[in-house]
Design a protein around this ligand. Structure first.
Ligand code: NAD
Ligand code: WQD
Length: 342
């Protein structure tokens, strides 16, 4: 039987590369498209090494319709997973047009190419950022979205709306938006992981770089939140677990198991962890010290959020399985791999 073929846009990136691995492991054919604006070819090589499959790679900007058409003509896709986007919240405030252009143009171009080439399934990378600070926790899928506090966050809300409206206009079209909470960790092989450029904005890359001696000291942004230890609380989801959620989302669409042709799901662990708890867990699991000090709150940060994952469990049959210890060990193994630390 011919295998289902999945186009993974942004597949050389952090979450896309892990998802490509899990798709191949699950028996899908995979084609990676990436313009390498925030990735390196070594990630594609990592995917090939882990899977033992020579996964095709096309260096294409998803905003380039003609180039995308050539890719759609070369392969016969059954489904698309669309990761390709810019993702730095702070940068989006400084360069809003770059974010609106890239994140929305790439999505609309991919959707138009899908319709033109008769491809009807898409999984989209959305984000818990659409909830802002919810009034009640955990956040469920019926928790109202709140006005975005950054252009990046706004692109995710607009993108969800574009996909919802496209699905409504085309009954044969199927779309699933996955709202990721905070993805962390790396593949257990340490062959792929996150490649932050410059000073990391996200917590775990800052922790691993501090432990590696690349950064002097981690600033813990705020210890006066209304949380058990005063530091902010998030739902940290292992990137391999997150990758597997994409495999089940694609399978659901291929098997036409969806309840509607546009659905959205929270993808998290269902547990909140504070910054200080995460730092201590990292130190304990890896036996390394993370210099840290308390600093003022970071502008735009929310106090606490974690996911209600019961809908994903019930409908997708998906649940996070990796322990925090495994995840934090994988993050450290990846940092050591990058730095050549033994
Ligand atoms: P990433 O930057 O590692 O991956 C995105 C990839 O897309 C990169 O490889 C980049 O080169 C590529 N890309 C960007 N614009 C492109 C374009 N126009 N054409 C082709 N390729 C393009 O980021 P990631 O962390 O893997 O995130 C993947 C997706 O998940 C993004 O849409 C992001 O917004 C979303 N997301 C990420 C997080 C997170 O914390 N990492 C959380 C929620 C949602
Ligand atoms: C986590 C916690 C910080 C760095 C962001 C985006 C969100 C989503 C995921 C894409 C917070 C604290 C951090 C540091 C710290 N991305 N922290 N010192 O802000 O929850 O979410 O990434 O969709 O849209 O906003 O993640 O990793 O930056 O921060 O104390 O040096 O760690 O204040 O409480 P965040 P993060």
């Amino acid at each position: 039987m011919k295998k289902e073929c999945v186009l993974v846009t942004g597949g050389a990136g952090y979450i896309g590369s892990h998802t490509a691995v899990e798709l191949v492991n699950a028996g899908f054919d995979v084609v990676i498209v990436d313009d390498l604006s925030n990735a390196e070819l070594s990630a594609v090589e990592g995917v090939r090494k882990i899977t033992g499959v020579d996964v095709p790679f096309e260096q294409v900007d998803c905003c380039d319709r003609a180039a995308l058409d050539r890719v759609f003509a070369r392969y016969k896709f059954n489904s698309i997973i669309h990761f390709a986007a810019f993702k730095a919240v702070g940068e989006s405030v400084v360069k809003p047009l770059a974010y609106y252009r890239n994140n929305l143009d790439s999505l609309m171009t991919v959707l138009e190419a899908m319709l033109a080439h008769g491809v009807s399934n898409i999984v989209f990378s959305s984000s818990a950022t659409v909830y802002g600070q919810p009034e009640a926790l955990p956040a469920t899928e019926s928790t109202p979205r709140q006005p975005a506090t950054s252009p990046y966050g706004n692109t995710k809300q607009i993108a969800e709306d574009i996909i919802r409206d496209t699905a409504h206009a085309h009954p044969g079209f199927n779309a699933i938006a996955l709202r990721y909470f905070n993805p962390i960790g790396a593949h257990p092989s340490a062959l792929i992981g996150e490649l932050p450029k410059g000073v990391p904005n996200n917590l775990v890359p800052f922790i691993t770089q501090t432990a590696a001696g690349v950064r002097e000291c981690l600033s813990v942004f705020g210890d006066d939140y209304n949380t058990p230890d005063g530091s902010a609380v998030r739902d940290y989801i292992d990137v391999v677990d997150l990758a597997k959620a994409h495999v089940v989302a694609v399978s659901r669409m291929v098997e036409r198991k969806g309840k509607a042709n546009y659905e959205f799901f929270n993808i998290g662990t269902g547990h909140g962890l504070s910054v200080l708890e995460l730092v201590r867990a990292f130190e304990k699991v890896n036996g390394v010290k993370v210099n840290h000090r308390i600093a003022p709150r970071r502008t735009g940060d929310i106090e606490a959020i974690w996911a209600d994952t019961s809908l994903a469990e019930r409908e997708l049959g998906w649940k996070a399985t990796r322990s925090l210890e495994e995840t934090l060990a994988s993050a450290w193994a990846w940092e050591k791999h990058l730095r050549g630390i033994r």
